[in-house]
Design a protein around this ligand. Structure first.
Ligand code: AMP
Length: 449
């Protein structure tokens, strides 16, 4: 998952990068880092923790220069080492280099094993390190050519920002799976960020999305970034960014994420027209189900109510190592509004069901609080396949929709009824003009280059 940012041509580069990372904290909370470049030297600061904890004034003053790249790391099982924080920095023949990466390289083990055979030493478990080695081993004189040849050996979903002592190289894979946008800072210079919500905080105007297969080069003496189309584009943006991952105020591929989620909720309501459910209120699972619940309420005329209150000081439930801890964390995070729901029939909406932990816990909690009926609606299709393109999903066996049918899941979570969006409904809600990456729903692992 993760977030990346690059700032070029602004004397407050590191400060602006930290603000951009702050606005993209939802994409990763485990570790954060920034590399700036000044006077032919790269300065790096990275640590475990949130952006606001790691980047105090002292850290930002150390990060001198008018260009910076940054990263928020999403925690994945077993990868808790500080070594796995980014940017990844190295010295090599052409000087100093620092890299941030969002995505997942699917041929990483093969490339790494080949490099190890040839004598390479790795310090981290990150696929990002492969790229450093491929660039360092290459014999071309220009970094841009080394990057290009390294990418020829790289298969997967990726957005990279590579910083040398005086330039920045921004690359998005040919499928454009993970989002990446370009903006102009009102205070001077450019920003590239995973999500456009970062532009609002640093006062930048959106220019355009970085094109699939494109490399942008920012260099001194050039007012505009140079654009090189490295690969033939085969655009397949990730549908799950719209379902869950991106912030609602971001715009990806010209589509406001909030509007697409609202539309997913409207579609759920339209699909329910022939069901004889008489719900008294529509309740979102906060915060991820809110836009879809608003859409459902607007479409159906059933009032929207905050029937579940979220404690904002509890971290994400998803990546807790044991099922018992995950159950407990859901309970700590979400509480029912008893006086509102007692004796009522509820239509509850969440954005997705992965293992079924959250939905089961919520139905139980609402029934214990006196709800008469709980109709569970999911604003995405059934997740049957793990994602290998940069979204952290568990093994296939842990995915409830891989193991059970819709009716079995309904019984398991003890809901009165359960409905999902179909894959076509999802495509229509986001906009049917684009071919999306839907592998978690349809198992189409299309990345081959
Ligand atoms: P689960 O409890 O395993 O069924 O997970 C579903 C809940 O986790 C939903 O409330 C989603 O909003 C949220 N969710 C879905 N995908 C992810 C993800 N990749 N990382 C973290 N949370 C997620």
């Amino acid at each position: 998952m993760c977030a990346i940012v690059g700032i070029y041509g602004n004397d407050n580069a590191a400060r602006l990068a930290s603000l951009a990372l702050f606005s993209m904290q939802h994409r990763g909370q485990e570790a954060t880092g920034i590399s700036s470049s000044c006077g032919g030297k790269i300065y790096t600061k990275k640590d475990r923790g949130l952006v606001s904890e790691v980047f105090n004034n002292e850290a930002l003053e150390y990060l001198k220069g008018n260009m910076a790249i940054g990263h928020n790391r999403y925690s994945t099982a077993g990868g808790d080492s500080i070594l796995d924080a980014q940017p990844v920095f190295a010295k090599y023949k052409l000087g100093e280099i620092s890299i941030v990466h969002n995505g997942n390289l699917i041929n990483k083990d093969q490339v790494r094993n080949e490099l190890i055979e040839q004598g390479a030493i790795f310090q981290t478990g990150m696929d990002t390190e492969n790229l450093i080695h491929l660039i360092a081993k290459n014999t071309k004189d220009r970094l841009r050519d080394r990057i290009r040849e390294a990418l020829d050996k790289t298969i997967g979903a990726y957005c990279f920002i590579i910083q040398s002592r005086s330039k920045q190289f921004v690359i998005r894979d040919r499928y454009g799976i993970r989002p990446l946008s370009l903006g102009r800072l009102k205070s001077g210079g450019y920003i590239v960020a995973s999500e456009t919500c970062a532009f609002d905080l640093v006062d930048a105007d959106f220019i355009r999305d970085v094109k699939p297969g494109e490399m942008l080069i920012f260099a001194e003496g050039h007012d505009e970034p140079e654009s090189i189309q490295l690969f033939e584009p085969e655009y397949r943006p990730c549908a799950f960014e719209y379902v869950y991952f991106a912030r609602p105020d971001s715009v990806i591929n010209g589509k406001n994420v909030y509007r697409t989620r609202e539309d997913m909720g409207k579609t759920l309501a339209k699909n329910d027209v022939n069901n004889s459910i008489k719900a008294d209120m529509v309740i979102p699972v906060p915060d991820s189900g809110v836009p879809a619940a608003l859409g459902y309420a607007a479409q159906s005329g059933i009032p929207f109510e905050y029937g579940i209150i979220r404690n904002h000081y509890v971290g994400r439930t998803f990546i807790e190592p044991t099922q018992e801890m995950r159950n407990m964390k859901v309970k700590m995070k979400l509480s029912p509004m008893k006086s509102l729901i007692t004796g009522k029939s509820l239509l509850v909406i969440d954005d997705s069901v992965v293992r079924g932990t959250t939905s089961k816990r919520i139905v139980k909690m609402l029934k214990e609080a006196g709800a008469k009926e709980v109709h569970f609606r999911v604003a995405s299709p059934e997740i049957k396949f793990p994602c290998y393109y940069g979204i952290d999903t568990p093994n296939q066996d842990e995915l409830i929709s891989h193991r059970m049918t819709k009716d079995e899941i309904c019984e398991y979570i003890e809901a009165d009824t359960l409905e999902y969006l179909s894959i076509d409904d999802l495509k229509n809600s986001i906009g049917n003009d684009t071919n999306y990456a839907l592998e978690s729903f349809d198992g189409d692992y299309f990345v081959t280059k």
